[in-house]
Every structure is written in structure tokens, then in C-alpha cells.
Design a protein around this ligand. Structure first.
Ligand SMILES: C[S@@+](CC[C@H](N)C(=O)[O-])C[C@H]1O[C@@H](n2cnc3c(N)ncnc32)[C@H](O)[C@@H]1O
Length: 288
């Protein structure tokens, strides 16, 4: 998501509209910092149709709090809920910010013995994921249109997830916006609590400065072990919106990162980063 696409006030959210795309609800104000800019684009007919056709089967109806992207603090996402929604208690993999759903849909198709949960706020992303799920008749995937950070903070039962994935989180490059990056110590605590012992948090980014941000937060985070074996040299100071040349002048240090996770497919978002010459950083943090 582009931080400058200010079609809407970034902190506005809407009240519940049942299974209609969330962007078509009524505004309500939310004061906490969020990692996304709310945009209310109207869906093209193909995606509108997909929403209508597939939302009943795939879109979870969560009890909301203040706006339609928040979740009631009373709501518990535990093994009973998984059994109700998926019809079994197979291991659960949660992806934060699924975009168009390329990764999670491919994984769900390949691994029918696992359950998958896609978390995404943006209407077109949710609609594309619904379309993929419906078209391929995927049975082990559910989608929640919700601020993922809230679900982790209050809803997930301890140890409910075997894996959590965060691929190409919105970069928020300006220094003053780093607090909007979704990976923060509070989310790390919540992800750790949500993961089963031995489970993993897989992360990928094509932004060097975000890679440094991940290392700073997670390399010494109690309860996680960086499983990376590949040494990568990174500037040890944040560059904000600075250029690659400026970053190259800064002091560097070696960090450990992972090889690309074999189950991570190339998304259109990653393709754009590669076309710009970006290096992709992969991380595996194990819950210990
Ligand atoms: C840069 S895109 C990457 C999408 C996808 N993971 C990929 O690799 O193509 C980041 C996505 O995260 C979503 N996002 C940002 N903050 C979120 C939040 N708090 N909860 C759920 N989704 C969020 C955005 O709407 C956007 O679709």
C-alpha cells in the first residue's frame, strides 16, 4: 500500500456492514496508530461479483468493536472456533497482510492437511483472495478483514498457530512513520504468545531499512530464536527516505537471515521490488 494514496483519511474506519465490502460502511473514528491507510475504492464488477459469490463461504464474520476493521475485545479465537469454522483442528497458519492472497491460496491448495487464515484490511485484496479461493474450490482457507494487530493483541488463544507469516509489510519509509510499521515489539509479544512452542514467524521484505528494523526488534527478543544461517551486510543506521548511495556510506554490520522459504511464491508485489533492483530479505524466527 502506498502511504501517499490519501484517497481517505488514514485513521478513519467504518462500522459493521456484514458481508458488504468494508469500504462501503459509515465512518467512525479510531485514535490508535495503524499500519495501513484506509482507502474506499469501489470494487470493479468482477471483484464485486466474487465478493457476493464467495464471501459467505470464506469470509469470517467477526464481532467488531469501534469500526469494521477492529475486533471486539471479548472475541476468542480458540480451538473451538477453529473447529466450528474449518471443521477440524489441523495446524493453523496465519498470514498478516495477505494482499491479493497469492501466497496463502497457493499454500492452502498444496497443503490440504493444514488450516490457513488470511488477514487483510484492503477491500480489493480481500476480494482477490475470495476469488482465488472460490475459483480453486479451496476448502482449508478462511479470510478475516480486520486489523491483524488487534486480533493478535486480544483474540488469539495462546499457542493456536503453528506458523505466522508477514510478507512484504508496508514499508513506511519516512523516519516519522516508522511507528506505523506493523512489526513492533507489541506485535512480536502477541505473535510469540499465539505461536505454539517450536512454531515459526516467517517474514520477508525487499526494503533494507525494514530488514534492519526487523533485526533490531526480533534478533534479541526473548522467546524467539533467529534461525537464519546466511550472513547479510546491512547499514546499522536507519536511512529514512535516503538513497541507496547514502546508505552505502553508513557503517555496516553482518546479520543472519534465511534462504527463501520454499513455500513462498512470487507475488506481484515482490516482482515489483525485484524489478526495481531491490534485495529480498527472508527471516525465520522460531518460538523457543
Ligand atoms: C505491501 S502489501 C504486501 C501484500 C502481500 N503480503 C504480498 O507479499 O504481496 C502489505 C499488505 O498488508 C496489508 N496490511 C497492512 N496493515 C495491515 C493490518 N494491520 N492488518 C491487516 N492487513 C494489513 C495491506 O493492506 C497490504 O495489502
Amino acid at each position: 500500500m502506498n502511504e501517499s494514496s490519501a484517497a481517505t483519511d488514514s485513521l478513519n474506519q467504518q462500522t459493521s456492514t456484514d458481508s458488504a465490502p468494508a469500504g462501503q460502511g459509515n465512518p467512525a473514528t479510531r485514535r490508535t496508530i495503524v499500519s495501513f491507510v484506509r482507502r474506499t475504492s469501489k470494487l470493479p464488477p468482477k471483484l464485486s461479483k466474487a465478493w457476493e459469490q464467495y464471501a459467505p463461504a470464506y469470509l469470517l464474520t467477526l464481532p467488531h468493536a469501534q469500526g469494521d476493521l477492529s475486533v471486539s475485545p471479548e472475541f476468542r479465537f480458540d480451538s473451538d472456533y477453529v473447529e466450528e469454522e474449518w471443521g477440524n483442528t489441523n495446524p493453523l497458519i496465519i498470514e498478516i497482510g495477505t494482499g491479493q492472497g497469492e501466497n496463502i491460496a497457493a499454500a492452502a491448495l498444496t497443503n490440504p492437511h493444514l488450516n490457513y487464515l488470511a488477514l487483510e484490511v484492503y477491500d480489493p485484496g480481500v476480494a482477490h483472495t475470495l476469488l482465488r479461493a472460490g475459483k480453486h474450490e479451496i476448502t482449508n482457507l478462511r479470510i478475516a478483514q480486520v486489523n491483524a494487530a488487534e486480533l493478535f493483541e486480544t483474540a488469539f488463544a495462546d499457542g493456536i498457530a503453528a506458523e505466522v507469516w508477514t510478507y512484504f509489510p508496508d514499508p513506511w519509509p519516512k523516519m516519522k512513520h516508522h511507528k506505523r510499521r506493523i512489526i513492533q515489539p507489541a506485535l512480536a509479544s502477541a505473535v510469540r504468545r499465539t505461536l505454539v512452542q517450536g512454531g515459526v514467524w516467517r517474514i520477508a521484505t525487499d526494503i533494507d531499512d525494514y530488514a534492519l528494523h526487523v533485526h533490531e526488534i526480533l534478533d534479541s527478543f526473548e522467546g524467539f530464536r533467529n534461525e537464519g544461517t546466511k550472513e547479510v551486510s546491512l547499514a546499522t543506521q536507519h536511512v529514512g527516505k535516503g538513497t541507496a548511495d547514502e546508505a552505502a556510506q553508513m557503517p555496516h554490520a553482518l546479520f543472519r537471515e534465511s534462504e527463501r522459504f520454499e513455500g513462498r511464491v512470487l507475488t506481484s508485489f515482490e516482482r515489483k521490488g525485484l524489478d526495481k533492483g531491490h534485495t529480498v530479505h527472508d527471516f525465520t524466527y522460531r518460538a523457543v
